[in-house]
Design a protein around this ligand. Structure first.
Ligand code: AMP
Length: 383
């Protein structure tokens, strides 16, 4: 064993880092750690140079590209989770060996490919926009005819925050969309063409399932994006019909049971005149659930830790009638102004500012809608 490795091993033993292993060392891992620490869980992260290391304040961040540190991670952790679905599932399976991975590989693989994801939704009776799988310009042209215009065309893999997506309004846009999304290797292209959904709003539902199969649901949120990135989420139970809530919960329940899922899941939905349509799922704690840190009895982060550690789930009820979360993207407000506001909490991730980068968020709770909206306006002016 090299000196480097023995140093690391003793450091980790000292910290009792023998429990939860997280792939990634960003803000989601950090927030899992912040809320798992009172449950006496230790954390060990696998980071890479690109993502930065917000989670380093919680526990050791090991280098994902170093075989020696990977071996230590394998030996030390009792369960593995991840903070992003952009993890190579084959690599993760090999890394984990007999160590449980929660949420499991089936959930991870389904969320990584829009064909698999949409086919799974369909097989479970979860409604989606009409879609067609596309591998050539001819198939994209045919899809425009079958589905009608406008269309939303997306890469089957690697799309996030509105990237890897093109709109087709007229038949002339078809080759442009193909060109924009097919990249250099036009032989290996996998796209999905979706009918354009006329939604009244975008919603998400977050739920958690324990090792024993217990499921708890958080109140749903309505989500607003700016330039493809989530900007504001508002908890909206009061403005949803019972039917909408029941449909959303039944969609999530089907997914959780089908995937024998453990941990927090997020399902993004379009609210339409024809009912709810599922857009995509995320097999992890989710940006639209950050409000639960201040607004719910048990946050999504604590419940994820509870679930993957085999503990009973916590209460997902809201503490106040209104709650919201505002993302801090690209730059930060004057913290003093935010900290002076009642019913508000500020989360900074310790990342350097860069356009389009999530640097933190603000959670808000309020007794009335007016109070919530006036706080949101004040903060938006500040930003
Ligand atoms: P996605 O990458 O699938 O999360 O899509 C990013 C955003 O594009 C969504 O939040 C919607 O605002 C919009 N979008 C995605 N799919 C559709 C669709 N089929 N119809 C209309 N808008 C869509």
């Amino acid at each position: 064993m090299s000196d480097d490795k023995s140093d690391l091993t003793s450091e980790m033993t000292d910290r009792n880092c023998n429990t939860l292993g997280v792939i990634g060392a960003g803000q989601l891992g950090r927030m899992m750690g912040l809320e798992g620490t009172p449950l006496n869980r230790s954390f060990c992260f696998l980071g890479d140079a690109e993502s930065g290391q917000p989670a380093a304040v919680i526990g050791p961040v090991l280098d994902r590209s170093n075989q020696a540190t990977l071996a230590i991670f394998q030996k030390k952790v009792d369960v593995i989770t991840y903070e992003s679905e952009n993890v190579n599932a084959d690599w993760l399976e090999k890394l984990a060996g007999d160590t449980p991975i929660y949420p499991g590989l089936r959930a991870l693989r389904s969320s990584q490919h829009r064909w698999r994801e949409k086919d799974m939704f369909k097989s479970l009776g979860i409604e989606t926009a009409p879609y067609v799988k596309v591998t050539s310009l001819e198939e994209l042209t045919a899809a425009a005819e079958t589905l009608g215009l406008p269309l939303v065309v997306k890469t089957a893999t690697d799309g996030y925050d509105g990237k890897g997506q093109a709109r087709v309004h007229t038949l002339e846009d078809v080759p442009l969309a193909w060109q924009a999304l097919s990249g250099s290797d036009a032989k290996a292209v996998e796209l999905i063409a979706e009918g354009f959904v006329q939604f009244s709003r975008e919603l998400s539902v977050i739920a958690v399932r324990s090792v024993d199969g217990d499921i708890q649901y958080y109140p749903m949120t309505e989500n607003f994006h700016s330039e493809g990135i989530l900007s504001v989420s508002r908890m909206v139970p009061g403005s949803l019909s019972e039917e909408t809530r029941q449909t959303a919960m039944s969609y999530v329940q089907k997914l959780l049971e089908h995937l024998d899922y453990v941990g927090v899941i997020a399902l993004e939905l379009f609210d339409t005149e024809q009912g709810l349509l599922a857009n995509e799922m995320a097999p992890r704690v989710h940006n639209t659930g950050h409000w639960t840190q201040l607004g719910a009895v048990t946050s999504q982060f604590e419940n994820h830790v509870r679930a993957i550690a085999g503990l009973p789930l916590g209460d997902t009820q809201a503490l106040q009638p209104y709650a919201a979360m505002i993302n801090l993207i690209g730059r930060l407000p004057n913290p003093e102004k935010i900290l002076q506001m009642a019913g508000t909490s500020l989360h900074l991730y310790g990342k350097s500012a860069r356009p389009g980068r999530k640097l933190g968020h603000i959670n808000l709770i309020a007794g009335t809608q007016d109070e919530l909206e006036s706080k949101i306006s004040l903060i938006q002016q500040e930003l």
